[in-house]
Each structure stands twice: as structure tokens, then as C-alpha cells.
Write a protein that binds this ligand. Structure first.
Ligand code: SF4
Length: 224
């Protein structure tokens, strides 16, 4: 039986999940709290759920199937994670917590590899493998929170991959991270090498997102 992955589901998707499994709708609110605000590492930690429901969840769902393959902690507190998804593909994600400041910034990857191929970039040298889903991007932040026992306050989409070449899933992830995890739009930054049509499209969303341009050269040929 395929288990439902809960990480990255919206409130209404959690409602669909609980009602499809013959549970009252308020269970969605309880799950939402433990997934996004606490954050729980297993169902037994969800202590305001009945024991019966927790046992049922173990049969029908997983919190996440993303594993931490490697973790490196630097002297300044920065933590670099190598995460492995269910298909065995890996990405890096980083938690930056300089000088014990209250703001904790996660650097999120949006693709496995990258097709842009900037000469200075190790990811570019790998070539493009696949896009990450919105759920996989959200799982990066959730995995950091669970592992580091913290609440991420700021995000930069500046990890592996070009976010605007995975536009639909990146903007979906931004919406989930804003709505479900309550990370303010002004605290999120999308970094692009300059995919101009998608920059205009991003502007039409009329959100208070930050945009960072990582040009390195005025022309694509020179950048390569
Ligand atoms: S766009 Fe970003 S991830 Fe892709 S090759 Fe260039 S620097 Fe690397």
C-alpha cells in the first residue's frame, strides 16, 4: 500500500486526507500544527492525537520520505545538508544561522542539477537531471526544522538549480511556505541568473517577494 506523504500538503489537502480516511475534519488542524509549527519527527510525538489515530497514521502515511544523507556543521553555525529523495536523487540545502542571530535562513534548491551550465558552478557541470516538485522544496525546509529543532524565518531560493526554469513548482512552493509555514513573502528571495520572461511573469503575481540577480557577466555566452 502506498502511504501518503504529509510534508508539503496544504491545509485543504490535509482535510481531504483525513476525510478520505473517515476522520473528522479537525484532525487536519492538529496534523497541520505538528507538521509545520512544532515540528514533529514521528507520529508518536503528536501527543494531542488519539493513540488510535496515531497507529492508523503509521499504516497509511509518512511525514516525509526524504533522508539526510550527509550533514556538515561549520564553526559559524552554518549547517549544510545533503538530502536524498525517494528516487535516490540528492540535493544540497543549507541552514545559515550566523552569530546566533534570531533570523534563520534556509537556502533551498529547486532542481537536481542545472541546465544553465555556468562555468564557475559545480551544479552546472553536472548537467540537468530533473525538476524538484514543490513538495520536495518544502521538505527541504521541514527537514532542516526537524533536524535543527528550529523555525526557519527566511528563505533564499539560491541552492542548486535555476528557480525560474522550474517556475510552476517554485511559485507553488513559495505559496505553501507562505501560507502553511507562515514565512513572510518579504523574507523570501528568488535568485536567478536572469531568465527575463519569467522575471516578468513573477512580477505579475504581485507578491512582495525579493528578487536577486546573479549575473556574473552581461551576456550568456560570456557567463558560460
Ligand atoms: S544557474 Fe545557478 S545553479 Fe545553474 S549553473 Fe548557473 S550558478 Fe549553477
Amino acid at each position: 500500500m502506498n502511504k501518503t506523504k504529509l510534508a508539503g500538503l496544504t491545509y485543504s489537502e490535509l482535510e481531504d486526507f483525513v476525510t478520505a480516511n473517515n476522520e473528522p475534519k479537525f484532525r487536519a488542524g492538529q496534523l497541520h500544527l505538528w507538521l509545520y509549527r512544532k515540528p514533529a519527527t514521528n507520529f508518536d510525538e503528536m501527543t494531542n492525537l488519539s493513540k488510535e489515530f496515531r497507529e492508523k497514521l503509521k499504516q497509511i502515511a509518512v511525514i516525509t520520505d526524504t533522508q539526510i544523507a550527509q550533514k556538515q556543521v561549520s564553526k559559524d553555525g552554518t549547517i549544510k545538508y545533503l538530502l536524498e529523495y525517494a528516487d535516490g536523487k540528492r540535493v544540497e540545502t543549507v541552514l545559515m544561522s550566523y552569530d546566533k542571530r534570531p533570523n534563520l535562513t534556509a537556502c533551498v534548491s529547486t532542481q537536481i542539477g542545472c541546465a544553465v551550465g555556468c562555468a564557475f558552478c559545480a551544479t552546472g557541470k553536472q548537467g540537468f537531471t530533473r525538476n524538484l516538485s514543490a513538495q520536495e522544496m518544502v521538505e527541504q525546509v521541514m527537514t532542516i526544522q526537524r533536524d535543527a529543532g528550529c523555525i526557519v524565518t527566511n528563505l533564499v531560493f539560491m541552492g542548486q538549480g535555476e528557480p525560474l526554469l522550474n517556475y510552476e513548482e517554485t511559485t507553488k512552493a513559495i505559496k505553501i511556505l507562505n501560507t502553511e509555514m507562515e514565512i513572510g513573502m518579504r523574507r523570501m528571495t528568488v535568485s536567478t541568473c536572469g531568465i527575463v520572461p519569467k522575471i516578468y511573469e513573477l512580477a505579475t503575481l504581485n507578491r512582495q517577494l525579493n528578487l536577486a540577480l546573479s549575473l556574473h557577466a552581461p551576456e550568456h555566452e560570456l557567463r558560460k
